[in-house]
Write a protein that binds this ligand. Structure first.
Ligand SMILES: Cc1ncc(COP(=O)(O)O)c(C=O)c1O
Length: 402
């Protein structure tokens, strides 16, 4: 018998199923299958040219070494200004830490405010970004899902939040605009959440606001701007979605108390984010915003297109979400029409029989009771792909119905 073993932590570590499905889709494409994919959560636009140029200038300018773990000073200052101006807050550079994407800060935060095996609880949205739960479990904390409901525009009921908070709750994760539903937390939702949290001063808030600049209805609102919430809120944002820079790996967080802790985490892990990417992100934040604004306009148009088309598909019911680049149609009736046991079977049949790749609700946590079946489309895809993908789904539904 092999004496080598992996830890309970390693065994319990989950994953982001989008990456698993993506590998499956890429395999089918490599086999020559024609697949229209709506799986991937990243802009399909190139990084703006002036940002690419800044990276090339950094390489040519000898900016090849490590940077301070918290990031280069001008980028910390620019991220502070960018995050502060959007939220109506005054944020200083020393509150900000730059990381290799926003994602690592999810784990750093959980590890920084909960103790392993102590019964500390973390509340997060369900459906939600799968990394929340996997990091809670890997860090030996207790996951507590908070259901979002379709009838509330994919927000949660503050009474349900209140019912889940205990003396052991250490952290609440909020995500607006939301992956996978595209839903937003309105200012009044945030006020209601804040009034619940005022009773529980021990609870930190991780405000995952990576889609903050992709809002199509009304204004973006952050919990950090609600009275009394600023000190306990870790604001998380980044370059990935706003500037089509997912592969450059630049994210930033702001929190005065935890900034030195995050800096130590980074010293203990990646040392610093790529220096080249940091200079590129500085150009993204301080240079022309035109490309980013055009990209947002395109996403808005695509949202309207995909929502309209999906609502014409038999058995699909699709709300128009306020932000990000996802739609989350209810496919309960579609499953019944084609005799699929659930959304996951429908997803597999769409992939195999219609050549359309989507994710299903179970990739984002357990299904919300009484809310039915859903699948996720990322509309970071061209108009032609949206039209062709929905045409294939309609043809599949008509054929399977007969
Ligand atoms: C909700 C949410 N948070 C965080 C991230 C991570 O973004 P980054 O590329 O900055 O690590 C993503 C990316 O898909 C996301 O959807």
């Amino acid at each position: 018998m092999n004496a080598l073993r992996t830890s309970k932590r390693a065994d319990a570590l989950g994953t982001e199923n989008a990456f698993v499905v993506l590998a499956e889709v890429n395999r089918l494409i490599a086999e020559g299958r024609d697949i229209v994919s709506f799986c991937i959560g990243q802009p399909d636009f190139p990084t703006p040219i002036h940002v690419q140029d800044a990276a090339i200038a950094a390489v040519r300018g000898g900016k090849h070494g490590y940077t301070p773990s918290a990031g280069i000073d001008p980028l910390r200052a620019a991220a502070a200004e960018s995050m502060g101006s959007l939220r109506g807050l005054s944020i200083t550079a020393d509150e900000v830490v730059i990381g290799a994407g926003a994602k690592p800060f999810i784990g750093y935060t959980i590890a920084s405010v909960t103790d392993y095996g102590a019964g500390d609880e973390v509340i997060f949205p369900v459906p939600g970004f799968p990394i929340y739960e996997s990091q809670v479990i890997a860090n030996g904390a207790v996951p507590v899902g908070l259901p979002l409901s379709e009838s509330r525009g994919f927000a949660f009921d503050p009474a349900e939040l209140a019912a889940r908070i205990t003396a052991r709750t250490r952290l609440l994760i909020l995500n607006t605009p939301h992956n996978p539903t595209g839903g937003l937390l309105s200012r009044s939702d945030l006020e209601a959440i804040a009034s619940v949290l005022r009773e529980h001063p021990q609870v930190w808030i991780y405000a995952d606001e990576i889609y903050s600049r992709l809002v199509y209805e009304g204004a973006f609102a952050s919990i950090a701007a609600i009275a009394g919430m600023r000190e306990r809120t870790i604001i998380s944002d980044g370059a990935s979605k706003t500037y089509a820079m997912t592969g450059w790996r630049i994210g930033f967080v702001a929190n005065k108390l935890l900034a030195p802790v995050f800096t130590r985490w980074i010293t203990n892990t990646e040392s610093c984010a790529s220096q080249i990417s940091q200079w590129a992100a500085l150009a993204a934040l301080t240079g022309s915003q035109r490309d980013s604004e055009l990209m947002k306009q395109r996403f808005h148009q695509r949202r309207d297109l995909i929502v309209r088309l999906l609502n014409e598909v038999p058995g699909f019911r699709c709300a128009a979400p306020g932000g990000a680049f996802y739609v989350w149609p209810n496919v309960t009736e579609a499953c019944e029409i084609v005799g699929a046991a659930d959304s996951e079977e429908l997803r597999l049949r769409l992939l195999q029989q219609a050549g359309v790749a989507v994710l299903s609700d179970i990739h984002f946590g357990p299904r919300v009771e009484k809310d039915g079946q859903h699948i996720r489309f990322s509309y970071a895809a061209s108009d032609a792909a949206i039209e062709e993908g929905v045409r294939r789904i309609t043809a599949f539904m008509q054929k399977a119905r007969r």
